[in-house]
Design a protein around this ligand. Structure first.
Ligand code: FAD
Length: 611
């Protein structure tokens, strides 16, 4: 009977908590995203793409200036951190009262003790260790819940085993688990301590990688779920490090982790009070939620179709210069993240900017950025710099409210001093790479129609050649063709072939994304790298982008003959080498290079954007 009561209350609490909270519903609907964080492997497919969903009403006043725009085309739901946190607090309280009323802690304590006689739980071993020094129970419990890995999930069963009342156990464990979180977030701001913690941070980054996707509110929800669903590798410690690495504002990170800790505490209390069998039921409920979301995702995930022309390939409405230099758009930085390894030549950052849906663009276009301040030489405002947009029109969170840039920090190497001269560093790229969440960015555009995808014939092959940040527009193309659920993706039957040239493997950009897509679409997506400092070309020299393209020259010429489009993007310096190579190949095939090129240009198959 006691068991039955425990199972019942366990079931009610878990379902109540997960189903009742909007935040968790939203999180669960993108389980694949959380899975990235938990399992470290994103699942990318046209149909498992995350959906547009979140219109912001407030960010606990941390992120003001974002208008609440209930987007009917998206899914009509409104999200606010304040509401979600409030709901999680209320649901946890109700679930705990339910537990306290219907369960039998004394029975559970006996059961926990009995179940662990032979195989002593780690938390209990730690508790025994502390108790031999005569520490009071509450101190032992708070120390255990403050520990990494063990955390509140390990401490709650110990508290119940000690025979303490549930409300005391819960309160002490929540406070204990939260206690190190605030110092961690501040400690990581110190460069020296950050370096010291770098091995742990690297692990945390891997575990929490999925948290980086999307706008601030999405990050809040993912982080709360990451902390709140007690699975191996998740928790408040890893969550705090993940939040730091994402550059989340501290107050936002703390509120999200707090919501997660409350949820984890409720789930753990329920599991502990219901015993081992109850634990299995709780896990089954969690898995059922996940399975439901994975299996029925199409029914509640909106497709990426709300920013399409009619028909989707009609380019007559492509927006151009919506915002001009005199009246620029004020974007807000969602996150800025270094995306190259330590041995990369230079620094490249991925910057997500919130435009609230007011700054639509198409894949292949650029945004202008006006850096703050004035020019030293004449005191006039800085001029605008262009940056190719690195996301699709739907943004990385697929809400249609953000866009991303891929920016290389321009530095000046003084050959005499043999060092960087900070006085001559690039103004705008340094401004962008130094931005933090919530910073303002003055923007113009969107600019350019040279790099658009001609989508009318879905069998068109695309050959995309990039050096460095020239990858940016192709990321938008590839997400549109393979990651999102767009009409373009559904129709696409051609092959997209990406060539990327960088100095070494640490300088590769978005490699994890390409590998996932390659795995999912091996026939439709091809990928080739030219790593100039790691590979050699057939003549034994450095492998530059033209050498890699030349390896497949016959295939590329055939594809172009059959209507493929070829794109070049990146540093200006890439084009002479490419053109020389193409000329050589054309001549070896008995073609007149100039005529051949003229033909491609006339048929709009040739696209170049270099800077
Ligand atoms: P600036 O301040 O303009 O300086 C330019 C260079 O001069 C820097 O390398 C700087 O170090 C050097 N310099 C400064 N002072 C001196 C001095 N006294 N003596 C010698 N050298 C000096 N860039 C990207 O990173 N990603 C993109 O996706 C991207 N897309 C682009 C798309 C288009 C269509 C175009 C036209 C350009 C694109 N760019 C992109 C380049 C970008 O617009 C900027 O040119 C680049 O970021 C450098 O701007 P900056 O303000 O940082 O440097």
């Amino acid at each position: 009977m006691t068991n039955l009561r425990s199972f019942l209350c366990l079931f009610l609490s878990v379902v109540f908590l997960l189903d009742g909270s909007k935040a968790f519903q939203q999180t669960a609907s993108r389980w694949s995203n959380i899975g990235r964080g938990i399992l470290g492997s994103p699942s990318i497919s046209k149909s498992s793409a995350t959906s547009p969903d979140l219109s912001v009403s407030s960010f606990l006043d941390v992120y003001p200036g974002t208008n609440p725009i209930p987007d009917k085309e998206q899914n009509g739901s409104r999200f606010s951190v304040k509401d979600s946190l409030g709901k999680i607090v209320r649901r946890s309280a109700v679930a705990l009262v339910t537990l306290a009323l219907f369960s039998n802690p004394a029975f559970a304590a006996k059961k926990v003790a009995k179940e662990t006689v032979e195989h002593l739980h780690t938390g209990q071993k730690i508790a025994n260790f502390f108790m031999q020094f005569g520490l009071p129970k509450w101190a032992v419990l708070s120390a255990i819940s403050a520990m990494p890995v063990v955390e509140l999930r390990g401490a709650i069963p110990v508290g119940i085993w000690m025979g303490m009342p549930l409300y005391q156990v819960f309160l002490i464990c929540v406070l204990g688990n939260m206690a190190p979180i605030i110092p961690i977030l501040f400690i990581l701001k110190n460069e020296y301590l950050k370096k010291l913690m770098s091995p742990i941070l690297k692990r945390a980054e891997k575990k929490a990688s999925g948290l980086g996707v999307g706008s601030l509110e999405k990050q809040w929800v993912s982080l709360a779920a990451f902390v709140g669903i007690p699975l191996p590798g998740t928790g408040a410690w890893t969550g705090a490090m993940g939040a730091f690495l994402l550059g989340m504002p501290t107050a936002l990170a703390i509120s999200s982790i707090f919501a997660g800790v409350l949820a984890a505490g409720t789930i753990m209390s329920a599991i502990t009070l219901a015993g081992r069998t109850g634990g299995l039921i709780a896990i089954s409920v969690l898995l059922a939620f996940a399975a439901k979301e994975l299996m029925f995702k199409d029914s509640d995930i909106a497709k990426q179709s709300f920013l399409e022309a009619n028909p989707y390939w009609d380019q007559s409405t492509v927006p151009v210069n919506t915002y001009k230099n005199k009246a620029p758009f004020n974007g807000k930085v969602v996150s800025t993240k270094r995306i190259v390894g330590p041995k990369a030549t230079g620094e490249t950052c991925h910057i997500i900017i919130d435009h609230k849906g007011d700054f639509p663009f198409w894949e292949g276009q650029s945004w202008g950025v006006i850096p703050p301040g004035v020019r030293e030489k004449d005191g006039k405002p800085h001029s605008v710099r262009l940056y190719s947009i690195a996301s699709s029109r739907y943004g990385d969170d697929m809400s249609g409210r953000t866009g991303s840039l891929c920016v290389r920090r321009a530095t000046y190497w003084d050959p005499v001093l043999k060092a960087d001269d900070p006085a001559k560093k690039g103004i705008c790229s340094n401004f962008l790479c130094d931005t933090r969440t919530g910073d303002d960015v003055q923007m113009t555009g969107p600019a350019g129609k040279v790099m658009l995808l001609p989508e009318e014939d879905p069998k068109t092959d695309y050959i995309m050649v990039a050096t460095g940040t020239g990858i940016a527009p192709y990321r938008g193309f590839i997400r549109r063709l393979f990651v999102e659920d767009t009409p373009a993706a559904q129709a696409y039957k051609g092959q997209a072939w990406l060539f990327l040239g960088v100095a070494n493997s640490d300088a590769l950009l978005y490699d994890d994304e390409w590998q996932e897509i390659k795995k999912e679409y091996p026939d439709q997506f091809r990928l080739d790298y030219a790593l100039s400092r790691e590979q050699t070309n057939k003549a034994g020299g450095k492998m530059y982008i033209q050498d890699k393209v030349e390896e497949y020259a016959d295939e590329i010429f055939d594809k172009l003959e059959n209507g493929a489009h070829i794109y070049f993007c990146g540093l200006k310096g890439m084009m002479p080498g490419i053109q020389d190579m193409l000329k050589k190949v054309a001549e070896s095939k008995g073609l007149d290079y100039d005529d051949w090129l003229k033909g491609l240009k006339a048929k709009k198959q040739w696209h170049v954007e270099v800077y």
